[in-house]
Each structure stands twice: as C-alpha cells, then as structure tokens.
Design a protein around this ligand. Structure first.
Ligand SMILES: *Cc1c(COP(=O)(O)O)cnc(C)c1O
Length: 478
C-alpha cells in the first residue's frame, strides 16, 4: 500500500516511510492510495488482536507481517481486560470503553503500538538510527506516548503540554515519568500554541542530526490502530446478537484533533455499516460551525473547558477528511488560507458530501455536568467529561439505529469535574477527590492513576513556544 500527501505535492511513499516521516514534506498528511475494505464475516470469528493484526496488515502491507503480529500481541498485554475495548450498554446507547490501557485514555490503543510500528518501519528501510519523538499534547497524548516510549531503546521522546487547562492527574502522569530518554516541558499558552510550535520544528528538521518523528495523530501509525476498534466492537455486538450482520449503526465521537472520528470514517469506508457520524464538540465548537456552514474559522476565543483534550481550534485531521471526500487540489489552497488568515470556506459540493455522513453538535459546560449526573443516577455509569460531550450529542439525535458512543477516558482522570457534576464537595487536592469518587461510586480507580499522583515530579521546566527549537537543538550537542 502506498501513501500520498493530502496536498498532492509530495512524493508517493511506502507505509514504512509514511510512518517514519510523520508529516509529508509538503506539510500535508499521508493517506493510502486505496482505502482498504474489510471482510467482516471473516473477522467476526477472530479475537481483538487477530482482528487488529489483519486490519493493520492491510494498511501496512510492506511491513514484516510476523513482526506486526508480535507488536500487536505485546501492545494488547498492557490493557487491563482481555476484551481490550469492551462495548457495554449505557441507557439506550452503547459505550466503546477505550480507557483500559496504561494511561486510561483512548490514545493508549494506538500509542502502545506505535513504538513497535516505528521499529518495524525502521527495519523495513534498514534504518538503525535513534528516532526523536516530538509530541504536543492537549493532555492525554503526552502520557500515552510516554507510556509507549519511556525506556525504549532507539528512541528519545520530548513532550510539550500547555501550561493551562490540563487536569492535575494528566499533568502528574507526564511530569513523574522518570527515564533517561524522556523530557517533558510545559509550554506557555494553549494546545494550539504547543502544536504550532512543534509543527515549526518539523519544518526545520534539516537542522537536526537525529531524525524527528511525531506521536501525534498526524502520524498514520496513530490513526490506523484506531480503525480497529470500530470494526471490532461492531462485530462484538453482532456476536452478542445485539446487531444483525449488516445492520446500520450511528457513532458519536468526542472530537478534538479529528483523529478518532477520522478512524471511524475509515472503518465506514472499509465496509462497517456506519450510517451517521456525530462529531461532538465542547464550547470550542469550530467543527460544529464548519459542518453546518462549510466555513472553518479559528479566529475566536479559546475556551479552557472540563474536556481539555478537546480544547482545540485547529483540528489537523480534518484535512484528511477534505482530501478523502474529494477536495483534491483545493485542499492546498484551503490549508494555505487557514495558515495565513485562520479561515477558509469549502465548496458546496464537498459540504454536501460531508453533511450526508456527519452531524456536528456542541455541548455546553452545564450540559456536560448534567449528562455525567444523569448517566450516573439513571444508567449507573460513571463517565468522564469527554465521554459526556459525546453522550449528550448522541442523545440529541433521535434515531432508529443503534448508537455507539466512543468513551475516551476514565472518569478518574477528571475527578474534580465528576464530583462537581454529582453534587459532591470538591477538594483542591486531586488525590482526595480521586479517593472520594472511588468511595461514593464504589468503582475502582485504575491503579496507575493513583500511583502517578504519589510519584515524585521529575520534570519542572516551562518554555515559551519560541524556545522549543533551541531546547531541542541543545540535545544535539555532543
Ligand atoms: C484526544 C482525546 C479526544 C479527542 O480525540 P481526537 O482524535 O483528537 O479528535 C477526546 N477525548 C479524550 C479523552 C482524548 O484524550
């Protein structure tokens, strides 16, 4: 399978090269030349790791299939359930429980596998150099990337998180990771500032001796492992006789950088009978406005919300959707306009294609709290604020089809917000909040989260976005 850039002006590359490059040299994102189609009847009888191996082999057909299988098997061992992604009822909806990995958020699904994919890709191109992984995070990518790469031979990793917005536990999950190949820095500003600064470093990659790569969802090694759970949970519901094979479903996804919902789109294009995709946003509702009007506009106030991993005004993977659905060479112009004036407007033909599949909804902070409370009191489910955004959006969509909702993080990553929603006292210390939430709910907190709150903090530096490049270049000195 070969890959092209969304901007259509970079060379066509193999999947190994696309994984190693991260971003295409013309600034675009990689897409496969053909979209793989899946044999659902064949996959139905398989386990999660077997399905994952099969699906990933279709995208990464130039990688060693045995090594890929072993990589998948090693990655899934880090999950706390053999189902890997259980699918369970919440009222009349179905939750895809994506929070069973080492850092209790959905990004673990891909980031437990990414080090293996990079290693296999390096072997495919006979590259034995050290790779420097750069990651801008809105909260969850950083810790999941650290869980994947800390202590891994052949990799250096730098994580940059915004100084404001992320939860105490999210911060502790990063600043307590102690390994010689790890560096974690706070960045003055918000996620977009951090992401932009890291993108600028990639534009200057020639200044570095060490090859740079990204653990952000711009990398196809992040994207395709996420396709697996949309295929697999659909088949689990068929096996449980909740669905009949071929029956249509809708899927609601709490969306930030548009990676998770793009994976759902690829599952749909690969033959999973998904009818509508509900793109759920918080008060940073650039995407809701875009899906309604075709006008993308990042020139607006940035809100710090209770769902920080969705506090994003530039959703990188939307570029992939525009290209997949026929944007062609126009994508280049739109991305240039986004870069230069912060906005662009797509043509009505493409807008109608998008609207045929996507519904955008945005959810207020009050609705997030009410949704957490209702899920707890009525449906006996403890959910996190990101999941609440998607669940609230799903509940606005009366549909005759079963509704699957991506549940993207453990509620124990955001105990203050969840306690507040449940009308409980909130402490200034998240360790107290976490314990209180366990006590009132009777639900056990993932042990790794508790451990990170107690561990010593080893990374304390804060940089301004303009200092990132110097910080990284200093490491190059012998
Ligand atoms: C990253 C994240 C999201 C947003 O996913 P995207 O792929 O960036 O759209 C939603 N919820 C949680 C908990 C996350 O960590």
């Amino acid at each position: 399978m070969n890959y092209r850039s969304t901007r259509l002006t970079a060379p066509i590359v193999t999947s190994a090269q696309a994984i190693l490059n991260g971003l295409a040299p013309d600034g675009g994102l990689y897409l496969p030349l053909q979209i793989p189609h899946f044999d659902l009847t064949y996959l139905q009888a398989l386990s999660y790791p077997q399905r994952a191996t099969h699906i990933l082999q279709a995208y990464f057909d130039d990688l060693d299939p045995v090594a890929l299988k072993e990589g998948v098997e090693t990655a899934v061992k880090r999950f706390d359930t053999s189902a890997i992604v259980p699918v369970t009822p919440c009222g009349s909806q179905w939750l895809l429980e994506l929070d069973h990995g080492p850092t209790a958020a959905f990004k673990d699904v891909a980031l437990t596998l990414l080090p293996h994919l990079l290693r296999i890709a390096k072997a495919a191109v006979h590259d034995d150099s050290v790779t420097h992984i750069l990651t801008a995070t809105s909260g969850d990518t950083g810790s999941a990337a650290l869980a994947g790469f800390a202590g891994e031979e052949g990799f250096l990793i730098d994580v940059f998180y915004p100084s404001e917005g992320i939860s105490t536990i999210q911060r502790c999950q990063m600043t307590t990771v102690n390994a010689p190949n790890v560096s974690v820095s706070a960045i003055h500003g918000n996620f977009d500032d951090a992401q932009n600064a890291v993108k600028k470093v990639f534009e200057q990659a020639h200044r570095f001796r060490t090859p740079l790569s990204s653990a952000n969802s711009i990398n196809i090694g992040r994207l395709f492992p996420q396709v697996v759970y949309y295929v697999s949970t659909y088949l689990d519901l068929v096996n449980a006789k909740v669905l009949s094979m071929g029956q249509s479903v809708d899927v609601a996804v709490p969306t930030g950088n548009f990676g998770n919902i793009l994976a759902a789109t690829l599952a749909k294009l690969g033959g999973v009978p998904i009818e509508k995709l509900i793109c759920a946003s918080n008060t940073n509702h650039v995407l809701t406005d875009f899906i309604a009007t075709g006008h993308y506009d990042r020139n607006r106030p940035f809100h710090v919300t209770s769902s920080p991993s969705m506090d994003i005004l530039v959703s990188s993977n939307l570029e992939r959707l525009l290209s997949l659905l026929g944007g062609g060479e126009r994508v280049n112009t739109w991305m240039k306009e986004l870069n230069e004036k912060g906005s662009y407007t797509i043509d009505s033909d493409l807008l109608h294609t998008i609207q045929a599949t996507f519904d955008g909804e945005w959810i207020t902070e009050d609705e997030v709290l009410m949704t957490i409370a209702k899920a707890y009191h009525t449906d006996h489910r403890l959910i996190d604020p990101h999941t609440a955004v998607a669940l609230a959006a799903a509940q606005r969509h009366p549909s005759s089809r079963p509704m699957l909702v991506a549940s993207t993080a453990s509620p124990f990553k955001f105990p203050a917000t969840v306690l507040h929603a449940l009308n409980q006292p909130v402490d200034s210390d998240d360790a107290v909040n976490l314990h209180r939430l366990e006590t009132i709910s009777g639900v056990e907190c993932p042990s790794a989260l508790k451990a990170s709150l107690k561990a010593p903090i080893v990374h304390t530096q804060t940089l301004s976005p303009s200092e990132i490049i110097e910080h990284l270049l200093r490491k190059e000195k012998p």
